[in-house]
Design a protein around this ligand. Structure first.
Ligand code: DAH
Length: 333
């Protein structure tokens, strides 16, 4: 055996020992990869040792070749095992870090609830839907035609003074009542009609405990052959009983340009009569305006203020409370 040969053998054995020790020490996959490059890479230690094989005799080369292969294979195995172990440990650590502690206290989230105006609208609409009505809607910005003209209220009509209107610079207006939806609906539908139309309306009222410049109404309209005032009365009675329970109500003769005859309805509340809605038989002129034949069809309509209803239902003394965002007030409902 030449000294060259034994020296190479010693180098290979030393390389293996050194590499095994280094692999044992490593704690990260990155460092492990660095070691693989250092020992087994193209320019790594093993290649360098083998580089000096040229100095060996042809007979000696296979021996070193075989030993080098054994060392290489052993190191590759060792690297593989270490890699698998490090990966397993990494997953283990990740799982431990992401463990859910189901015994920890949860995050408290405040539960929202329906605003009294919304729940009042919902309750009223539920009742009408139960009576066979469908829900209709119309725009809040209206033309003079839908808000007044088609509702039998021409420009010089004294009834226009009943409602102080917000006019817009372009000649349109903010609707003063949901009655405008009657016209829009009838224009695009044929009798029989049963609709309930909730929505926001606007008036130039001075704000106080019972007035607001913006408030809500629900309009109802029924058009069919042979509808009479008795049908109107029965519907209103049924509705108010479902809304407030069996409390005393009374019909009072009244006037609206779009109904004839017209009535206002009061309910007894806290020992006095409180007006809650206007209603009447649809004026033949209104039916004519949408192209219905008043000789064939009759109809009844009603409009009521949602705020008034909510105040009665919940004993609210000031309408302004309904528009303030005071949570101490709102949490009561
Ligand atoms: N539009 C009326 C108002 O705002 C309320 C009203 C009265 C509506 C009689 C109707 C009705 O449909 O028939 O004061």
């Amino acid at each position: 055996m030449t000294t060259q040969l034994s020296s190479l053998e010693a180098q290979l054995t030393a390389l293996q020992t050194e590499a095994n020790e280094a692999i044992a020490q490593v704690t990260s996959l990155d460092d492990l990869e660095q070691l693989r490059i250092k020992y087994l890479g193209k320019k790594g230690s093993l290649s360098q040792v083998l580089g000096s094989m040229g100095k060996l005799s042809a007979a000696e080369r296979p021996r070193i070749g075989a030993l080098a292969n054994d060392v290489k294979e052993a190191l590759q195995n060792n690297l593989e095992h270490k890699k698998a172990a490090l990966q397993a440990a990494q997953i283990e650590a990740q799982l431990a870090a992401e463990t859910l502690d189901v015994t920890m206290p949860g995050v408290f989230r405040v539960q929202g609830r329906s605003h009294p105006l919304s729940s009042t609208i919902e309750k009223a609409l539920d009742i009408f839907v139960g009576l066979g009505y469908t829900i209709a809607q119309g725009p809040e910005m209206e033309t003079d035609y839908y808000n007044f003209e088609a509702l039998n209220t021409p420009a010089d009509h004294p009834a226009r003074d009943m409602q102080d209107t917000f006019y817009l610079p372009d000649g349109n207006l903010l609707r003063t009542h949901t009655s405008s939806v009657q016209i829009r609906y009838m224009e695009t539908n044929e009798p029989p009609i049963r609709i309930a139309a909730p929505g926001r309306v606007y008036r130039r009222d001075t704000v106080d405990a019972t007035h607001s410049a913006v408030f809500h109404q629900i309009e109802i309209l029924a058009v069919d052959e042979g509808l009479t005032f008795t049908d109107l009365k029965g519907t209103i009675k049924e509705f108010l009983a479902a809304m407030f329970g069996e409390i005393p109500i009374r019909f009072r003769p009244s006037f609206f340009p779009f109904t004839e005859p017209s009535a206002e309805v009061d309910v007894q509340w806290k020992g006095r009569w409180l007006e809650v809605l206007g209603c009447g038989m649809v004026d033949p002129n209104v039916l004519k305006a949408v192209g219905y034949d008043p000789e064939i069809y009759t109809g009844f309509a009603a409009g009521f203020g949602v705020e008034r209803f909510a105040m009665v239902l919940h004993q609210i003394d000031d309408i302004r409370r309904l528009y303030s965002s005071d949570l101490r007030f709102l949490r009561q409902f």
